[in-house]
Write a protein that binds this ligand. Structure first.
Ligand code: RIB
Ligand code: CA
Length: 313
């Protein structure tokens, strides 16, 4: 079976970084490029972090293109309180030697979709959806060429993590999320409902630390830093490992369960800005526009993640 061609759009962020490593270690995936967006930390840092992570992964072959430095129509909100001032706190990685590709992320996404056979490229947004929305605005012809958008964002039964109503990625750029969910492109959505089941417990972190390569201790340190905020907030053993759920779904969809739903994004209300209104019980009669993941086999997820990380240097 040929590899699945993907572009990861990301705002590293420790969980984004682990998702990048998982993708880099998985031969089932052809990683065409990494595009960066402002989110967890400003664009300059998300781009620097993407370079550090891809160098750690030994994947200097993958172009890294910087994208939007702010949301479509609201001021940027970042999350240094969660990810630290660098966005990758927990371990100090060396300054990268690989160069950022000069193409803008949006141009790279459009060019790649136009050059590749229609229906063969999957977009994997792990942060605010600004780059994806800009690409769809700039080149509406790419929409039918996108195989699927598999994204981390939103929440329904779990509510929000940045406001009571909204998850961070959709809160930062609600207009972009709205435009993606009304684009007609097939979507698989990994919301807080599923990522909150993927908890970085002490035992799981120790298993990763003990892998026996350079990557294991780095990922364990990121998990320990990243989870401290959520452990206190949710009062449980470990924090939710959000973004790697996107890559794990591509690799092992059977680990996940969910259903096709209509999903709309709140863009007008200040109180519920960025809320993903998921019609889980199909009460609106509106057509489904997203496959919404609800549960994951967390032991299977971490077994997959640990095994794949062990393949790296
Ligand atoms: O709400 C979780 C999401 O926001 C994750 O993608 C995390 O990296 C942050 O971007
Ligand atoms: Ca992210």
């Amino acid at each position: 079976m040929s590899a699945l061609s993907i572009i990861i759009d990301t705002d590293p962020g420790q969980d984004d970084a682990i998702a990048l490593l998982l993708a880099a270690a998985s031969p089932e995936l052809e990683l065409l490029g990494v595009t960066t967006v402002a989110g967890n930390v400003p664009l300059a840092l998300t781009t620097l972090n993407a370079c550090k992570v891809m160098e750690l992964a030994g994947r200097r072959d993958v172009p890294i293109c910087a994208g939007a430095d702010r949301p479509l129509d609201v001021p940027l909100v970042t999350a240094e309180h969660v990810h630290g001032d660098t966005g990758l706190n927990g371990v100090q990685l060396p300054e990268p030697t690989l160069a950022v590709d000069p193409r803008h992320a949006v141009d790279f996404i459009i060019q790649t979709l136009r050059e590749r056979e229609a229906g063969t490229v999957t977009l994997c947004p792990l942060g605010p959806l600004t780059n994806i929305a800009l690409a769809l605005r700039q080149a509406p012809d790419i929409a039918p060429r996108i195989r699927r958008i598999v994204l981390m964002g939103g929440g329904f039964f779990e509510g929000g993590n940045v406001t009571p109503a909204a998850e961070f990625n959709f809160y930062v750029d609600p207009r972009a999320a709205h435009e993606v969910f009304t684009s007609g492109v097939p979507i698989t959505m990994a919301p807080l409902d599923v990522t909150h089941e993927a908890l970085t417990t002490a035992a799981r972190i120790e298993a990763i630390r003990a892998i026996g390569n350079r990557v294991g201790p780095v990922v364990a340190a990121w998990m320990e830093f990243f989870e401290r905020y959520d452990e206190e907030k949710y009062g449980q053993d470990g924090g939710p490992l959000h973004d790697p759920c996107v890559i794990a779904w591509l690799l092992r969809p059977a680990l996940f369960s969910g259903r096709d739903c209509n999903v709309r994004i709140e863009t007008a209300s200040e109180l519920t800005r960025g809320m993903s209104v998921v019609d889980w019980w199909a009460v609106t009669g509106l057509p489904a526009n997203a496959q919404v993941l609800r549960h994951v086999d967390s032991d299977g997820f971490f077994a997959l993640l640990t095994e794949r990380l062990s393949r790296l240097g």
